[in-house]
Ligand binder design. Structure first.
Ligand code: C5P
Length: 401
């Protein structure tokens, strides 16, 4: 059964009588593990109050695009980045038309344009409106953009008509929303991902490390699991719970990380090096705690092995992906790093921008490979992870990639 653990679902509610079922939908999404925020159109508020959906979702409901105070709390762009999935239920005929036209004339349509998250639509309208040529053309246009439709169901309608146009049951919509994250892009592949920082011991109580949160590596592991891959995380010390169905092997130092990765090589088709590996480690680990003494002491450091380069140079090398965090000449340095380390692909981050990278929930990157590149606009780390997995699948020639 598909689930929504660790997923941020933005539920868009537009103005139809089925809006009253959105309350139940919030519950169903939460039961599958999602964190839910709600955006309502003006019409939706005629059918159900924001207060109801606020109480159920446990989050303030967003209703206005041009409201300075609301924008201060969580702007429409932040909402768009926050969402791992935008689910619009009910989606009225008018909402479908506005989406199809690419309009951004209220908060919901603006967020729909501004998000990189997948979109799921649960239409609800009178059966004749659903059958109208205009709606048929809008649905076709939206489906061709890769949006997922759930329903509508057929049956007796609020207006007394009988036919297709009833919003699908909330439980079915929630299950379809969860299903969006499962794709077969890497079915049968074995993926190893390094994540988090390494710790390089100085003595029994001290170490050198860095601020890597591990969020990007863990998001990649989730995306790989969702793509059907047998996924192993080789993780430095982080404060994150591992995705369901991923194997996690905990390590501390770069040397341990290298050893673990080399051991996994015979069962690895794709290697993604996301860890912030310490470049140096203390030349010797003192057996006893180093005592406070002179005003100055010198630490001697030695270079750590380059894990991703070692993997890429191995005999039966997997498809190897690295990351490059740069502060200047991003693409040139990243491409150079890709060649130097013998990688198939590199994800380049501009770390001079403090709103992305290390501890942030957002990221912005360019993915480079031998004869191409793709820019990934700023978005949440899980949406970015899904896009990276899609690009890897495409490079590997997955039919669905
Ligand atoms: O050389 P630099 O640290 O910028 O390279 C970053 C890439 O190399 C990342 O993919 C990182 O995980 C990987 N790396 C590694 N082992 C190291 C240093 C970096 O696998 N010792």
């Amino acid at each position: 059964m598909a689930h929504l653990f660790n997923r941020n679902v933005l539920l868009g509610v537009s103005g139809g009588i089925a809006a009253y079922k959105s309350a139940e939908l919030v519950r169903q999404l939460q039961e599958l593990g999602a964190t839910v925020r709600v955006v309502m159109t003006r019409g939706a508020q005629e059918f159900i109050t924001p207060l109801t959906l606020q109480a159920l979702s446990g989050n303030p409901v967003h209703t206005e695009l041009l409201d300075a105070e609301a924008e201060l709390g969580m702007s429409h762009i932040e909402l768009a980045r926050w969402a791992d999935l935008l689910l619009i239920a009910p989606a009225t005929a008018d909402l479908l038309a506005r989406l199809a036209a690419g309009r951004a004339d209220d908060l919901l349509t603006t967020v729909a344009l501004a998000t990189a998250a997948p979109l799921v639509l649960a239409p609800a309208m009178n059966q004749q409106m659903w059958r109208d040529q205009a709606t048929i053309a809008n649905v076709a246009a939206l489906a061709s953009r890769g949006y997922t439709f759930v329903g509508p169901a057929s049956g007796e309608q609020a207006c007394g008509d009988i036919g297709p146009g009833r919003m699908e049951q909330p439980a079915i919509i929630a299950a379809a929303a969860a299903g969006v994250f499962e794709n077969g892009l890497l079915e049968g592949k074995r993926v190893v991902i390094t994540a988090g920082p390494t710790r390089e011991a100085l003595d029994p109580v001290r170490y050198i490390s860095n601020h890597s949160s591990g969020k990007m590596g863990y998001a990649l592991a989730q995306a790989a699991v969702d793509a059907g891959a047998r996924t192993t995380l080789v993780s430095g010390p982080v404060n994150l719970s591992a995705p369901d169905h991923a194997r996690v092997l905990h390590v501390e130092s770069a040397t341990q990380m290298l050893e673990q990765c080399l051991q996994l090589l015979p069962e690895c088709d794709i290697f993604i090096a996301c860890a912030a590996v310490a470049d140096y480690r203390p030349a010797a680990i003192e057996q006893q705690k180093i005592k406070k003494g002179p005003e100055h002491i010198n630490l001697q450091l030695v270079r750590n092995p380059d894990i991703v380069a070692a993997v890429a140079a191995s005999e039966h090398r997997p498809f190897t992906v690295g990351f490059a965090a740069e502060t200047n000449d991003l693409l040139a340095h990243a491409r150079d790093k890709m060649k130097r380390k013998g990688l198939d692909m590199i994800v380049a981050n501009d770390v001079s921008n403090r709103s992305i990278g290390f501890n942030s929930d957002n990221n912005e990157a360019t993915v480079l490979w031998a004869d191409g590149e793709q820019v990934l606009a700023m978005t949440g780390k899980s949406a970015m992870a899904r896009q990276i997995i899609q690009i890897i699948a495409r490079q590997l020639g997955s039919p669905a990639g």
